[in-house]
Design a protein around this ligand. Structure first.
Ligand code: GLN
Length: 447
């Protein structure tokens, strides 16, 4: 824990992976674990951990990278934190992210930008950019992130590490600051596939406090991880190699898929015809859910408050939210409120929900005779810091290949497929619902 803190503090100036580092708390906790004695059967005992700052940690400031929560110290632990703490992991800090997880570059944070681990002039991706940069920079063995439209897989791809978005319902969202509740999942960012499986084994499972968490049994994700890919049926969607995806990304991914064939997988081309509508549907649905979820930040119950003598309640709400939220969050709240409003609901929210159903059925069809879907995670490698942060639509287009997976609730992983122009390229592996095991098996065979 001490080494991880030293490294993290040293790297803050260049990487800025963390919003909060908890030297005092972490060293105290580590000392307690030392005093209790090493449990030889528990590989997690005393291992340092970094946590995305939208996952609440008891007694440790949790900001969601927003001014509106910059003084918020939770009084409880998220469900995933309870599980990890019980095993003796030591949280050393909270990682930087896009404000309320809205973004794809960690540039909307109230706490400054984070740098890509491989090139400090590039974005680390987002919204879990701090977690990905910390792991890829060797600052921490693993970190937690959250993924609503790609926020674990895209930064994992941009930093050349392993990131998994579990099946919707696999991991409890209790204590995850909600963005789009029907899409959000917490998942691990790690350097190796096996580490990723180890962490998922701990955080997965039914939690009565999250009614959308599933009662599906949690397998031992390591049990069959060395089983290889011989005979696995792999579909490669033609839409994932269409216009808009960089040639060097396509070339790197094609090479990776050829390696799967060499390893014995049976690969053929498939189609996900509605995936091109994913971005449009997602930005309606996710923003609608966000506009509702973010109503609770009102200057009364949590965090920042613009309270003033002689103010009306309405004034308090407006001033707090005007000053507390950044521009991207405001944009989403306005978009979502509009899409849900009477007179526009049928044209936008309802349409988007219908498109979502079509995207689900595209995947269901492919998974009738395929075990996995492979393709790129992102349309490009990491872009320059500051190059897209004033063009929201351009930023949204980056999520083309990750969003359909969230809309369908499927598990999806990004692992490093190789490099293009010295920057990592992510291979995306998509599985059937609750079949993370097959994803891990394929990823391990490739790694
Ligand atoms: N980039 C997407 C967005 O801005 C996804 C974010 C996420 O997965 N949290 O909404």
């Amino acid at each position: 824990a001490k080494a991880a803190l030293d490294k993290a503090e040293h790297a803050q100036k260049d990487v800025n992976a963390y919003i909060t580092l908890d030297r005092q708390g972490a060293l105290k906790r580590a000392a307690e674990i030392d005093a209790a004695g090493i449990d030889a059967d528990n590989i997690f005992s005393g291992i340092p951990l970094a946590v995305k700052d939208n996952i609440v940690t008891k007694g440790l400031r949790t900001t969601a990278a927003s001014h509106i929560l910059d003084n918020f110290v939770p009084i409880y632990d998220a469900a995933v934190m309870e599980k990890l703490n019980k095993l003796g992991l030591v949280v050393i800090g909270k990682t930087n992210m896009d404000e309320f997880a809205m973004g794809g570059s960690t540039e909307t944070s109230f706490f400054g930008k984070t740098a890509n681990a491989w090139d400090h002039t590039k974005v680390p991706g987002g919204s879990s950019g701090g977690s990905a940069a910390a792991v890829a920079s060797g600052l921490i063995p693993f970190a937690l992130g959250s993924d609503t439209g790609g926020s674990i897989r895209q930064p994992a791809a941009f930093n050349g590490i392993v990131g998994l978005k579990p099946t919707y319902g696999r991991v409890s969202r209790w204590g995850l600051i909600a963005f789009g509740s029907s899409l959000d999942q917490i998942g691990p960012l790690t350097r190796t596939v096996k580490d990723n499986a180890r962490v998922l084994s701990v955080i997965a499972g039914k939690d009565p406090r999250d009614t959308t968490s599933e009662d599906s049994p949690v397998p031992d994700f390591l049990a069959n991880i060395e089983g290889g890919v011989k005979g696995l049926r792999v579909g490669v969607p033609k839409e994932y190699f269409a216009k808009g995806i960089d040639d060097d990304v396509k070339a790197t991914i094609k090479k990776a898929i050829a390696k799967f064939e060499e390893l014995g997988a049976v690969v053929d081309e498939v189609s996900l015809p509605h995936s091109r509508y994913g971005i449009a549907a997602y930005y309606i649905l996710a923003s609608s859910e966000a506009s509702s979820n973010l109503q609770r930040f009102d200057g009364i119950r949590y965090g920042y408050s613009a309270r003033q003598e002689g103010q009306t309640l309405e004034d308090l709400y407006v001033k707090t939210r005007s000053e507390g939220f950044g521009p991207e969050v405001k944009r989403r709240i306005m978009l979502g409120t509009f899409a849900l409003s009477a007179g526009f609901y049928d044209a936008y929210f309802k349409k988007a929900a219908q498109v979502r159903t079509l995207i689900v059925s595209d995947f269901t069809k492919v998974f009738q005779d395929h075990d996995l879907i492979l393709g790129p995670t992102t349309t490009s490698t990491a872009f320059d810091l500051g190059s897209e942060d004033d063009d929201p639509v351009k930023m949204y287009m980056n999520d083309l290949l990750t969003i359909p997976v969230n809309l369908a609730g499927l598990p999806g992983m990004s692992i490093n497929a190789g490099f293009a122009n010295h920057l990592p390229v992510g291979l995306q592996i998509i599985g059937r619902p609750f079949d993370e095991s097959t994803i891990y098996r394929a990823a391990y065979a490739f790694e």
